[in-house]
Each structure stands twice: as structure tokens, then as C-alpha cells.
Design a binder for this molecule. Structure first.
Ligand code: NAD
Ligand code: USQ
Length: 384
């Protein structure tokens, strides 16, 4: 089976492309490398020294004998996208290729517009290309748990059955996203749903939680295959950031009380979920939604776990409750369903002390690359 991984130079995409290639899928990577450019603009580097994409692929071929075809370009350019799809002829398109940082989207008007144009137009171009030329192709699209926000009722997987004035219907679950980035994902969901309905396309929307970890069986084969690991205040995410902060002796940056609860998963589960979604495609005309996370934690709980593990290693760690730069509930109900991927065969890697230890040790290995001025959050959701 031929799988085109859009965004295959990024954190989730790189790990997924290698995993699928190792499993025997014929894999192509399409990426504009814009994320590397944003890092340069922000003067923020990943903790890990990531090799240029061509070197990464050469190394993969050397290690495994497997080739991954590369398409360099931007999916908001329809002619480029169509050219790449016609050359590769995928059975499945895995779409990770978006601007994925909530703080980045909240920097100012330009970044909000850029995020929404990049994400919404890119996805819409994929839908049109599928309709015109690849109507049987399966789209596996990365959404986010943040599309739902934090409602005071259980979160279902994409749809909810509602009884209203004596009548009943199953409807898309209400969306209350918390940034212009998260909003772009909601707009994507609506566009995909509409395209599946009117053109009979097939798609799976994976509402992924926050991913942590760095090593997968494939990315650890060789230093040149190493994945990115972001720690800066714009692209770094909660648990990964805390481990790197602990490694350099920076107080852990909990925003507000830390009562914010989210779904989380290990990057080794991200790649397995992709395989499961690809191997069990949606039906024509169907937009399936899976909630892709394995466990729920509050931010405070995670900070305490990292503090305990780091202290046991002899590191000195404090937790700092900063003024929350975001507009979000800090104490709330959160109970989301996540059975559909488990039903397909996912066996979660739950967050263990040994995983936190290994992430801490990994961070210590690269700690000389940390620029501490990049750690504190600089982007605010609030009106000045
Ligand atoms: P990333 O920034 O590491 O990778 C995204 C890749 O997409 C980059 O290599 C970038 O160059 C590429 N890209 C962006 N716009 C593009 C365009 N217009 N054309 C071609 N390539 C483009 O992000 P990630 O952490 O790997 O996230 C991948 C996807 O998973 C995103 O859609 C994100 O919203 C979703 N997701 C990520 C997480 C997480 O914790 N990292 C959690 C939930 C969902
Ligand atoms: N937070 C802290 N301290 C930090 C960083 C974050 O307290 O140093 C808090 C935030 O205020 C928020 C929560 O932790 O309440 C999560 O923030 P995050 O930066 O770890 O993750 P988020 O902005 O939600 O975005 C990340 C990815 C995004 C993905 C999303 C999944 O960047 O691509 O869509 O996780 S989810 O959160 O389920 O929507």
C-alpha cells in the first residue's frame, strides 16, 4: 500500500513515515520545510540536532535498504500538490502538514491569518485533488482534542446523540476551541465532513491529544534519524517541556493553577494509531472521528511526576505557577472517550516513571543546546 505522509519532516510525521516504511508500506514524504523556517524566524531550535531531510532519507536507506520518495513543496500550491499526488498515486494520504502551535497562532493578526490560510487552504486543496483524481483514496487527517475544548459533559468521539423537544439526532459534537490554531482544525473538520457527504470521499479525523516522548524503534536506529523535540515557549508542549526544563534546572512552567486537564499519548502510540487507521479505512462517504490519546492528566500532576523523577535522579527542581498567558479554564470537568482505537487493537504505552526517566536522561544528553531565554512563554491571549 502506498502512503503519502504530508508533513513528514515534522515531529509526528517523521516518526510515522519511518514506522510505516519499516512495516513494508511504500512511503512518500511531502513537506514544504516551513517548520524549519519558522524555527529560524523564532530563533528557537529543537533540543535535538535534526539532519536535513535529504540526509535523513539517505541514512534511512543505508540502515534499512528502504527508499522513501521526497516531494518538497507547499500544499497551499494546488499545482504542486496535484503534481506530487499524480506522481506518487497514494492509496492513503496521512495529513500532518499544518501549523500546529496554539501560541504561534496567537502572536498577532499575521500569525493568526497565516495559520488559518495554511491549514484550511492546504486541507481544502487535498479534498479537491481527491475529488478530481483520487476519489477512492483514504484521507487520514490529524485533528486535535482541543477542538472540543473543556465542556462540562463527557466528550464523545466526534458525534453526540441529542434528544431535543421530543426528537433525537446524532450530530457533530459541539466545538469550543481555545486558539486560532485549534479553530483552524475545527474549520478543517467541517470542510472534510462536507466533502465526504457531497462527493463520497472517505476520511478519518484523528483528534490527537498532546504527544510526548522522542524515541521510536526507527528514529533510534541512528543519530541522523533523530526526531525533533521542541522545548521553546511557542512550539514546546507540556510534558516534553517539563523534562527539558528539569534537565537544565529551570523551574517547571505551570500556567496558572495547573488544573487544566488534557489527553496525552506517547509518540510510539501516535505511529501505531496511524497504522491502525490506515489498515482499517473509512467507508466511502464517511468521516470517522477517533479520539487519539491514551491517558488524561492535569498539568499540575505532570509537573509533580517530573519533579519526583528528577529529584530521585539528584536534580533540583521547583515548580513555578506562572500567570496564565492563555485564556482557558484552570479547574474543569474533563472526561473524554477513547475506545475506538483500542477496539482496533491499540495497546497503549502508559506514562511510566521509566519513560519520564528516559526522557530526562535524553534531555540531559542534549542540555548544552538549550537556550534558556526561549523557555518562558512570551505570547499572550489577553488584550494588552
Ligand atoms: P510539526 O510542526 O513538527 O510538523 C508539521 C510539518 O508539516 C512540518 O514539517 C512542516 O514543515 C509541515 N507543513 C506545515 N505546513 C505545510 C504546508 N502548507 N505544506 C507542506 N508542509 C507543511 O508538527 P507535529 O507536532 O508533527 O504535528 C503534526 C500534526 O499533528 C499537526 O497537524 C498537529 O496539529 C497534529 N497534532 C500534534 C500534536 C503534538 O503534540 N505534537 C498533538 C495533536 C495533534
Ligand atoms: N501549559 C503549561 N505550561 C507549559 C506549557 C503548557 O501549563 O509550559 C499548559 C497550557 O496552558 C495548556 C496545556 O498545558 O493548558 C497544554 O498546552 P501545550 O502547549 O502542551 O499544548 P497545546 O497548546 O494544547 O497544543 C499541543 C500541540 C497541538 C495539539 C494539542 C493537542 O502543539 O498541535 O493540537 O497539543 S490538545 O491539547 O489535546 O488540543
Amino acid at each position: 500500500m502506498k502512503v503519502l505522509v504530508i508533513g513528514g519532516d515534522g515531529y509526528c510525521g517523521w516518526a510515522t513515515a519511518l514506522y510505516l516504511s519499516n512495516k513494508g508500506y511504500q512511503v512518500g514524504i511531502l513537506d514544504s520545510l516551513v517548520r524549519r523556517y519558522w524555527d529560524l524566524q523564532l530563533k528557537a531550535e529543537t533540543l535535538t540536532p535534526i539532519a536535513p531531510i535529504e540526509k535523513r532519507l539517505e541514512c534511512w536507506k543505508g540502515e534499512t535498504g528502504k527508499s522513501i520518495e521526497l516531494f518538497l513543496g507547499d500544499i497551499t500550491n494546488y499545482d504542486f500538490l496535484l503534481g506530487a499526488l499524480k506522481k506518487f498515486e497514494p492509496d492513503t494520504i496521512v495529513h500532518f502538514g499544518e501549523q500546529r502551535s496554539a501560541p504561534f497562532s496567537m502572536i498577532d493578526r499575521e500569525h493568526a491569518v497565516m495559520t488559518q490560510v495554511n491549514n484550511v487552504v492546504g486541507t481544502l486543496n487535498i479534498l479537491y485533488a481527491m475529488k478530481e483524481h483520487f476519489p477512492d483514496c483514504h484521507l487520514v487527517k490529524l485533528g486535535t482534542m482541543g477542538e472540543y475544548g473543556t465542556p462540562n459533559i463527557d466528550i464523545e468521539e466526534g458525534y453526540i446523540t441529542i434528544e431535543h423537544n421530543g426528537r433525537t439526532d446524532t450530530l457533530p459534537y459541539p466545538k469550543q476551541p481555545g486558539s486560532y490554531y485549534h479553530l483552524s482544525k475545527v474549520h478543517d473538520t467541517h470542510n472534510i465532513q462536507f466533502a465526504c457527504k457531497i462527493w463520497g470521499l472517505r476520511a478519518t479525523d484523528l483528534n490527537q491529544g498532546i504527544v510526548y516522548g522522542v524515541l521510536t524503534d526507527e528514529t533510534k536506529m541512528h543519530e541522523t534519524l533523530i526526531n525533533r523535540l521542541d522545548y521553546d515557549g511557542v512550539f514546546g508542549t507540556a510534558l516534553n517541556r517539563f523534562c527539558i526544563q528539569a534537565a537544565v534546572g529551570h523551574p517547571l512552567t505551570v500556567y496558572g493553577t495547573g488544573g487544566q486537564t488534557r489527553g496525552f499519548l506517547d509518540i510510539r502510540d501516535t505511529v501505531r494509531c496511524m497504522e491502525l487507521a490506515i489498515a482499517n479505512p473509512a467507508e466511502p462517504g464517511q468521516l470517522r472521528v477517533f479520539n487519539q490519546f491514551t491517558e488524561m492528566f492535569s498539568i499540575e500532576e505532570l509537573a509533580l511526576k517530573v519533579k519526583d523523577a528528577a529529584t530521585a535522579m539528584g536534580l533540583k527542581v521547583e515548580i513555578n505557577n506562572l500567570d496564565n498567558p492563555r485564556f482557558e479554564l484552570e479547574e474543569h470537568y474533563f472526561n473524554a472517550k477513547n475506545t475506538k482505537l483500542i477496539d482496533l487493537g491499540l495497546e497503549p504505552h502508559n506514562l511510566s516513571d521509566s519513560l519520564i526517566d528516559s526522557l530526562l536522561n535524553f534531555a540531559i544528553r542534549y542540555k548544552d543546546r538549550v537556550d534558556e531565554s526561549q523557555i518562558l512563554p512570551k505570547v499572550s491571549w489577553h488584550r494588552k
